[in-house]
Design a protein around this ligand. Sequence first.
Ligand SMILES: Cc1cc2nc3c(=O)[nH]c(=O)nc-3n(C[C@H](O)[C@H](O)[C@H](O)COP(=O)(O)OP(=O)(O)OC[C@H]3O[C@@H](n4cnc5c(N)ncnc54)[C@H](O)[C@@H]3O)c2cc1C
Length: 211
Amino acid sequence: MKMQEDQDVVIVGPGIAGLATAVALKKVGIRALVLEKSQGLRATGATLSLYPNAWASLDAFGVSHKLKSFYSPCTRSGAVLRVVHRKALLEALAEELPMETIRFSSNLTSITNQAQEGSSPHVALIKMEDGTTINAKPMGGAWVGHVSPRPWVEPRLQTICDAMHPMTPDLGQNECVALEDALVLGQQLGGLITPKKSCACSGGQSLRKIC
Ligand SMILES: Cc1cc2nc3c(=O)[nH]c(=O)nc-3n(C[C@H](O)[C@H](O)[C@H](O)COP(=O)(O)OP(=O)(O)OC[C@H]3O[C@@H](n4cnc5c(N)ncnc54)[C@H](O)[C@@H]3O)c2cc1C
């Protein structure tokens, strides 16, 4: 049976970018639904080098303390970093979210804009492989952690991290920038919806342009 539902904010892909964005939005009082095509969190992978820009974001999300006690700092080319298991970072972010936030076995197949009858704002119409359709309301939209942005760039859609600016692994910045993008997006969206909440996860960090 085909299902249709309304959601405020939909995030595609609970990778580091998607989970961090959901945490950042939660900090400013915005509930998000995160869609994952796999049956569970894709927590495989090896280690990630987290530089100070990543830790500044994790501090703002209130999760850095869960990792710092297990991973000691080291120095590489003059920069201080901690090398963290990808699984540990994903799980530290995921456990900040209410259980129902991540919906597994949910493979996104398309996102289109649809005009609302009698008003100018559009809804993002999100279609899943199983026939489910989600309407992301005008206040919200769809955020993509990984999926290629090319066919889906629409006014209600924001791509971040690998989907927006993939980088070569040797820079060691993919996951760091994923966390930064999430922080900025949370601050921006929180500021748009309720200006006084926008500083709730800022932790004093300055804003960086996402794209
Ligand atoms: C399994 C895995 C292991 C990794 N291991 C390492 C590592 O050891 N070292 C390293 O430096 N980097 C690793 N990376 C890459 C690193 O995590 C990312 O480059 C960086 O963190 C940016 O994350 P992201 O959230 O943009 O994308 P990703 O971490 O790639 O997450 C994207 C998520 O979106 C989901 N998704 C994709 N398409 C759809 C769709 N159509 N519908 C629903 N869900 C969808 C994917 O299943 C995935 O969970 C790994 C990535 C993955 C997915």
